[in-house]
Design a protein around this ligand. Structure first.
Ligand SMILES: [Zn+2]
Length: 373
């Protein structure tokens, strides 16, 4: 059945124009939050701000299922044409505009909302810290399903096409400090050289093998050690980036890396973990994917559905399912002829794809109860 959903195009373009020109970085989305609040008040959509944090949660409807929609709201500080600025080069301005249109739709058509809708305008996606703060705020009930969306580069999906799921890898970064014992370069046996220990560790990292056919990687991406050419260095820092297709493999890989670290800690060599940043992999959901696939079909036709394929990008959206707050989840990959790529200032996309995106997300919400009850 073809979609008969209509959305206010002028509103979407106006919202995008404002939000695009007023990008703000993680946890500083103050004017963005003000703008969203103003728009939600105009619509008569009830919302709750977070305590001491940007963003908000809108609540519409009642009963079950409990349906979540998440839009990220932050932009990136970058240099473009020789000037430093804050740019919505990841398209979160488009996500907000689409989700505002969705809220307006269900305010206008409450009878079409079966269940409760929780719309999360989430800060700080780019620093991969916002989702966990939203979860810890305890302002959200358990969600039966959570939907998100992301504009997707043209190389993967074109305008008038969409993927029912953006498949994200699990990525983790470890920040480490290594300490040894200084000595004169002429008597290295009296010291503990952190460069030697690091070299040994790096060899071990490079020989890690997982029993899987899925791709994974372990990469040392930073190393700093040594101050003087005639002293055995006793202090250094380094970082390891590692990625897997699934969260289970991430746990196994992390254990192997910690084992390797333990292995080189001997005598005076000590390694401390200063930071451990995770972005979980998407957790595939049959039900959520099928809702989203059908929604795409109703709006863009069968030919508009592009099957999911592994994606390089991570998104803190996946924390909601990873932490158990959402039973099922999926992120729509919205085609919009996006060029040349995400996180590139000056990135452009087909604005009318936001209309398609809003319709798809609305269709997904409308049909959720059927699939989930
Ligand atoms: Zn993004």
């Amino acid at each position: 059945m073809e979609s008969i959903v209509t959305v206010n195009q002028t509103d979407i373009y106006n919202d995008w124009n404002y939000l695009h020109e007023h990008g703000e970085t993680a946890f500083k989305e103050v004017n963005t939050t003000k703008y969203l609040a103003k728009r939600l008040r105009e619509m008569g959509a009830p919302f709750e701000l977070f305590d001491n944090m940007t963003g908000m949660i809108v609540t519409l409807g009642s009963g079950s299922p409990m349906i979540g929609i998440r839009s990220d709201i932050d932009a990136l500080k970058q240099t473009y044409n020789g000037k430093m600025g804050i740019f919505h080069s990841c398209g979160h301005d488009a996500h907000m505009s689409v989700v505002l249109a969705l809220v307006q739709y269900f305010v206008n058509n409450p009878e079409e909302l079966k269940g409760t809708l929780k719309v999360i305008f989430q800060p700080a996606e780019e620093t991969v810290t916002g989702a966990e703060k939203v979860i810890k705020s305890e302002k959200l009930p358990h969600l039966d399903v959570l939907y998100g969306l992301h504009v997707t580069p043209e190389s993967e999906v074109k305008a008038k096409e969409a993927q029912p799921m953006l498949e994200a890898a699990a990525t983790r970064t470890l920040w480490l400090t290594i300490r040894g014992k200084a000595a004169h370069a002429g008597t290295p046996q009296l010291g503990a050289n952190v460069i030697d220990a690091f070299t040994e560790l790096n060899e071990k990292l490079r020989s890690i093998k997982l029993k899987t056919d899925l791709p994974y990687s372990v990469t040392t991406t930073m190393v700093h050690a040594g101050e003087s050419s005639n002293i055995v260095p006793d202090y250094g820092t380094f970082a390891i980036d590692f990625r897997t297709r699934t969260n289970e493999l991430m746990d196994i890989l992390q254990q192997k890396i910690f084992d390797a670290i333990d292995n080189v800690q001997k005598r005076e060599i000590k390694i401390a973990v200063d930071g451990n940043d995770l972005s979980p992999a998407s957790i595939p959901s049959e039900k959520a994917n099928s809702v989203m696939r059908n929604a795409i079909e109703r709006v863009l036709g069968k030919e508009g559905v592009v099957p999911p394929k592994p994606n390089q990008g991570g998104d803190d959206f996946h924390f909601y399912a990873y932490d158990g707050l959402a039973s099922e989840s999926t992120m729509l990959g919205l085609g919009c002829n996006l060029k040349p790529g995400l996180h590139i200032p000056g990135m452009t996309f087909e604005k009318s794809s936001m209309i398609d995106g809003a319709k798809i997300m609305i269709e997904a919400v409308k049909s959720t109860q059927q699939e989930f009850n």
